[in-house]
Ligand binder design. Structure first.
Ligand code: WQD
Length: 344
């Protein structure tokens, strides 16, 4: 049984990816500092898969503790690295928190991999590496514009660190997956998006407004150069995204990768505006949303969505869920979470 270390594995995308990895027959070890997640995700994974993966509460910026953990969990075949701060708006307010955490943790991974004979790394990258693209949709070859937020810049710099390290090393092989906007939840509603505190991201703020936790949704700007003035994103079901990670790790382990460092866009190929998403949520769930238009959020790009042809062809993977199905899964999760009394 191949063994995968998933950093950030109790987080939103991490927990869904762990679920798909276990279902695909992998042994999984989760490393997470619980800064933006809870151990309740472990119970959810266990209920879905019948397996509770090994869990290590650890700050990956602590290299000594990280090395000790790798000694205790030997025989790891690949690392999927999710653990990072990821809120665009927050990164504008606290850039050093983002540079320190997101870069130190990655550098520790790359330095420790050779010492523990770990050769394969899947990196959680982001469409924010494109900055504000001049041409849409973006392909993996689209020019990288200046990042519009420190968060996006940590992803640009992280990809460069991996690219340079792979070029200099003899045995690290890596794939960077550039996520667009992950939303939704597992069909069981036993795991989902559970941000700590006030949600930074749109969809959890919508579902928390719809269920009454939040008074009103603020739409950050309707004066952009888009059809309805609000920002456009490519919203992808988190389970579709998770399945792409299983494909990617298999690609490395089976040595099917065509270069030592590969990059793939993981999106649906469809751009949806904030207001379109709000109205789709209302129509799909029948729940009227209380929202108001406010000022733009610093760090936001105006519009970005994926050209998915390369990932579809090379990975043999394609996002399956419609926006409506995805929003319904997010809403089902929010309602289940409330009924279940929540996670400690
Ligand atoms: C989406 C749109 C906001 C909240 C995310 C992840 C990031 C990366 C890219 C993976 C924007 C608007 C939001 C609110 C709003 N993914 N909005 N009111 O900024 O695109 O980044 O996807 O790596 O990690 O965070 O996502 O959900 O914050 O914003 O109007 O209360 O919704 O202005 O236009 P973003 P988001």
């Amino acid at each position: 049984m191949k063994k995968v270390l998933v950093t950030g594995g109790t987080g939103f995308i991490g927990s869904h990816t762990v679920t798909e990895l276990v279902d695909a027959g992998y042994e999984v070890v989760i490393a997470d500092n619980l800064s933006n997640s809870r151990t309740g995700a472990l119970d959810g994974i266990q209920k879905i898969t019948g397996v509770q993966p090994a869990f290590e509460k650890i700050d990956l910026c602590d290299k000594v503790a990280f090395a000790d953990m790798l000694r205790r969990h030997c025989g790891i075949d690949a690392i999927i690295h999710f653990a990072a701060h990821k809120a665009v708006g927050e990164s504008v307010r606290q850039p050093l928190k983002y540079y320190r955490n997101n870069l130190d943790s990655l550098i520790n991974i790359l330095e420790l991999m050779p010492e523990h004979a770990i050769e394969h790394l899947i990196f959680s990258s982001s469409c924010t590496v494109y900055g504000q693209p001049e041409k849409l949709p973006v392909t993996e070859q689209s020019p990288i514009q200046p990042a519009t937020s420190p968060y996006g810049n940590t992803k640009q710099v992280s990809e460069a660190i991996i690219r340079d390290t792979v070029a200099a090393s003899t045995n690290i092989q890596s794939i960077a997956l550039r996520y667009f906007n992950p939303i939704g939840a597992h069909a069981s509603a036993l795991i989902g998006e559970l941000p700590t505190g006030v949600p930074n991201n749109l969809v959890p703020f919508i579902t928390q407004t719809a269920i009454g936790i939040r008074e009103q949704l603020s739409v950050f700007g309707n004066d952009y150069n888009t059809p309805d003035g609000s920002c456009i994103r490519d919203y992808i079901h988190v389970v579709d995204l998770a399945k792409a990670h299983v494909v990617a790790v298999g690609r490395l382990l089976d040595r099917k990768n065509k270069a030592a460092f590969e990059v793939f866009n993981l999106g649906t190929g469809h751009g949806v505006s904030v207001l379109e998403l709000v109205h789709a949520f209302e129509k799909t769930t029948g729940v009227k949303l209380n929202y108001k238009i406010v000022a733009r959020r610093p760090g936001d790009t105006e519009q970005v969505w994926a050209d998915t042809a390369y990932a579809n062809k090379e990975l043999g993977w394609k996002a399956q869920s419609t926006l409506e199905e995805t929003l319904l899964s997010a809403w089902k999760w929010e309602k289940y979470y409330k009924e279940s009394g929540g996670w400690e």
